[in-house]
Design a protein around this ligand. Structure first.
Ligand SMILES: *Cc1c(COP(=O)(O)O)cnc(C)c1O
Length: 372
């Protein structure tokens, strides 16, 4: 092993995090009331160009809360990309609804709009595009289809803090959106998530459902609807506010890493991330897909990088191969060649905002040596 281990991603807590958390602890506001939380919620929503932010315990519960606020329930179907993180499908299942899979675009790795219409049925209630690895999904055709078929659009923006589509921030592109602030995301609260929306009615539904549907006003302890305790704490809000202050810096760092990787890997038998003319990719993770002509498999590349102390992660496994979803009754019978290829050949390289130039040089040298 040459030199220290290079992690795939580590949080960078180099701003006001410690000061704000200390202040929150000193003030005694450590639960779900407090100014850090409300400032983080309104500030993060504003960064997405919408009016409402509802902090949650994590990104998975943010997805569930958004689906519940949309009224998704048993008998409904929700269209999701086949290539995504499992939380998308599980959030649909928590509602008693059925996830329906659509293969992804071979270049952006986001849901293929041309294949969505064929999966719409009378039971379809919503489409959940995922801005995978920070590249926005192609929203215009999805929104056009959603409006003609009267479907809701829920963005899974868990990986897309700071990304834009035709100049508009991810999180403002559908009816409602969910973010994650898990430790490896572009900004973090340790564990945490947020629903953002410009729709007053959906925001009110999220606020109530997040808080066990506690009634407001005089009808104390009489709950009209089954709710959840998905509240974010003020301590998480303090972390989040400090991270939010540095969102642009943290995303720019990742974009800078992507530019360097792109230049260094031109000509290698690797498919690199794209940035469509209509997109600003936040490059949450710099993923590469090892070509068939490379002479090494994805697993060989990962093993050899690992032997040099360079961490990588393989891409997600598609939804249609998930035993839990088959067991739940999801239709896993179709063909999803793009998702299958990504799962077999994709991996991501060290991508965190705190990656140093020296570390990145080591990664680049190793990849070039192995694939040359
Ligand atoms: C991280 C992530 C989630 C879930 O967020 P958690 O905070 O880990 O629950 C959902 N969807 C995508 C695409 C993610 O990357």
């Amino acid at each position: 092993m040459s030199g220290e281990r290079i992690p795939v991603c580590e949080p960078l807590l180099a701003g006001n995090e410690l000061a704000y958390v200390t202040d929150a602890v000193r003030s005694g506001w450590i639960s779900s009331g407090g100014e850090y939380l409300t400032k983080f919620e309104s500030g993060f929503a504003a960064s997405c160009g919408v009016r409402h932010g509802i902090g949650t315990t994590n990104g998975t519960t943010a997805l569930h809360l958004a689906l519940a606020a949309l009224g998704v329930g048993p008998g409904d179907e929700v269209i999701i990309p086949d290539f995504t993180m499992i939380a998308c499908a599980f959030a649909v299942a928590y509602c008693g609804a059925m996830p329906v899979f659509v293969d992804v675009d071979p270049a952006t790795w986001t849901i293929d709009p041309a294949r969505v219409a064929e999966k719409v049925t009378p039971r379809t209630r919503a489409i959940m595009p995922v801005h995978i690895y920070g590249h926005p999904a192609d929203m215009d055709p999805l929104r056009a289809l959603a409006s003609t078929r009267r479907l809701a659009v829920l963005e899974d923006a868990a990986e897309a803090h700071g990304a834009t589509y035709r100049g508009a921030p991810c999180g403002s592109l559908g009816d409602i959106a969910a973010f994650s602030f898990y430790a490896n995301k572009a900004i973090t609260t340790g564990e945490g998530g947020m629903v953002v929306t410009d729709d007053d009615r959906l925001a009110e539904a999220c606020r109530s459902l997040r808080n066990l549907s506690f009634p407001t006003g005089s009808r104390v302890y009489l709950h009209e609807r089954i709710g959840f305790n998905y509240r974010m704490s003020n301590v998480q809000g303090a972390l989040g506010l400090a991270q939010l202050e540095r969102l642009a810096v943290l995303v720019d760092a990742r974009r800078g890493h992507a530019r360097r990787y792109d230049e260094a890997f031109a000509g290698l038998p690797l498919q690199r991330p794209v940035e469509r003319p209509w997109a600003r990719n936040s490059y949450w993770m710099y993923g590469v897909v090892v070509d068939e002509r490379a002479g090494v498999s994805r697993d060989d590349l990962a093993a050899r990088l690992g032997a040099e102390g360079i961490e990588t992660r393989q891409f997600f496994q598609p939804m249609h191969v998930q035993p839990a979803l088959r067991g739940y009754g999801a239709d896993c019978s179709g063909a999803y060649p793009v998702a299958d290829r990504l799962a077999a050949r994709g991996l991501y390289l060290p991508s965190g905002s705190g990656l140093t130039e020296g570390q990145q040089d080591r990664v680049i040298a190793a990849v070039r040596r192995i694939l040359a």
